[in-house]
Write a protein that binds this ligand. Structure first.
Ligand SMILES: [Zn+2]
Ligand SMILES: [Zn+2]
Length: 455
């Protein structure tokens, strides 16, 4: 029985695109008593692999914590695999607001000591004595109460792009660190204030609320299902969002927009921006915020050193990396001297800018015709490859490249390679390549723009 991934991320991405089926990004967790986490892990792998479910999942004696991508068609079958366990009967699955078929490209289930690294000694307090769970509406009204202190239990790079108005946003790199800091900071408020806590999906608050009650806090409340479930409820029930900006997520999207407020800045130029990225230098991989202009100018690097490094021959890059600390680089602190505009700790509630609306009705109406699809992107040389399926394309034509991750990008074709040679035109069946400053995804569509007019 195969219990591990046999496909690379790239192969998987290609298969997903070829299948052309919608996938759902979702998360869930459950605390339980699991006798044999190793067996539990293997059983889940077999059941989920059969359903083409992907994701990053942690299991432990204390339960399960999962972030996943599941084919929409298999959603009910997937739910049944959970319902097979008593402790997951009727479990709430947090489905992401923005969907992306490539949110996860592998199925990774790991056995850990704990499902959340909280640094707590569970034997010393009653983990079942939790805070009161609040729905979005109740959370909002308690936020209005002057007697309330609201605390963000996420890390600095998460709260930087989005948080609840008036929240305390500890300058911490991980959850474990935040607990003693918050406890210390709120010493004098144990008796009479409402301690209102929230995190991304609710899991961090599950045990933290019990810990704070044990520490002597009398009125402890937690946002049920975290920001993800809050967002779903405000949309469904038409409630005002008291959360501003983006919800940071741990898949390759790195963030879901909740309101159009941009509260963060590009770490390099200071312009309002809340797009996280990872430094293109694999040896660095620093998580930081970078605007499109800086991304182009810096070639997606965090510093000039990294930019120099990516131009070295690969062997030299590898040699340079020797002796450097690798490890959990992806979310490595997210802090560097090179980043001038990084903000953490006390964060403002005032938006710096508004994100461009996605409302299609306000967009300029473009007459276009579908002519092909993206097949590949060569990141090093910044060359995109498309297959022309209908119509034809000529130098000087304006095209629109469109997809869920790429968005809508318009460019004018100045030079094309057709089946490997320079040519002025390409027709159906031709494989073409041309330079493109941004990455295209396999599912992206290529349109020829016939003419534009204001709607
Ligand atoms: Zn910038
Ligand atoms: Zn870097």
């Amino acid at each position: 029985m195969q219990l591990y991934n046999t496909l690379s991320a790239e192969e998987r991405a290609r298969l997903i695109d070829e299948a052309g089926k919608e996938r759902l990004t979702l998360s869930f967790y459950a605390y339980a008593k699991i006798e044999d986490p190793k067996k539990f892990r293997d059983d889940l792998f077999i059941a989920w692999n059969a359903l083409d479910a992907l994701g990053r999942i942690y299991v432990a004696h204390e339960g399960i914590n999962a972030q996943m991508s599941v084919p929409a068609d298999n959603f009910e079958a997937f739910r049944e695999t959970l319902e097979a366990y008593d402790f997951m009967k009727g479990i709430r699955l947090n489905v992401a607001v923005e969907q992306d078929n490539h949110s996860f490209l592998k199925l990774t289930i790991k056995v850990r000591n704990k499902i959340v690294a909280d640094g707590l000694n569970d034997e010393t307090f009653d983990v079942t004595n939790k805070g009161v769970h609040l729905r979005a509406k109740e959370f909002n009204s308690l936020l209005e109460d002057p007697n309330t202190i609201v605390v963000d239990f996420r890390n600095h790079y998460e709260s930087e792009v989005g948080h609840f108005e008036g929240a305390i946003t500890p300058d911490v790199e991980n959850f474990r660190e935040s607990l003693p800091i918050i406890n210390e900071q709120l010493q004098d408020f144990k008796e009479d204030k409402n301690l209102l806590m929230y995190c991304t999906g609710g899991i961090r608050c599950e045990k933290a609320s019990a810990y704070f009650k044990h520490q002597g806090f009398k009125n402890v409340f937690q946002l049920e299902g975290g920001i993800i479930e809050y967002t779903r409820q405000i949309k469904e029930e038409g409630i005002e969002s008291k959360f501003i900006g983006k919800n940071f997520v741990f898949d390759h999207r790195l963030g879901e927009r909740i309101t159009d407020d941009i509260i963060a800045q590009c770490h390099q130029c200071g312009k309002p921006c809340d797009n996280h990225t990872n430094c293109a230098n694999d040896a660095c991989h620093l998580l930081f915020i970078q605007c499109d202009e800086c991304k182009a100018a810096m070639e997606n690097c965090c510093s000039t050193e990294c930019q120099e490094t990516i131009h070295l021959p690969w062997e030299e890059q590898v040699a340079k990396r020797k002796g450097l600390q690798v490890g959990n680089k992806v979310f490595r602190k997210g802090k560097s001297e090179a980043l001038k505009f990084k903000k953490s700790g006390d964060l403002p509630d005032k938006p710096l800018a508004k994100a461009e609306t996605k409302d299609i009705r306000q967009k300029i109406k473009v007459k276009k015709t579908l002519i092909g699809k993206a097949e590949h992107y060569y990141s090093k040389s910044k060359i995109a490859q498309f297959l022309i399926e209908n119509n034809e394309l000529a130098v000087g034509d304006k095209v629109l490249i469109s997809g869920p991750t790429t968005g809508d990008q318009e460019i004018t074709i100045s030079q094309i390679f057709v089946n490997g040679v320079f040519s002025d035109t390409a027709k159906a069946g031709d494989q073409i390549t041309f330079e493109l400053p941004f990455r295209v995804r396999l599912s992206d569509k290529l349109y020829k723009i016939l003419d534009s007019e204001n709607a």
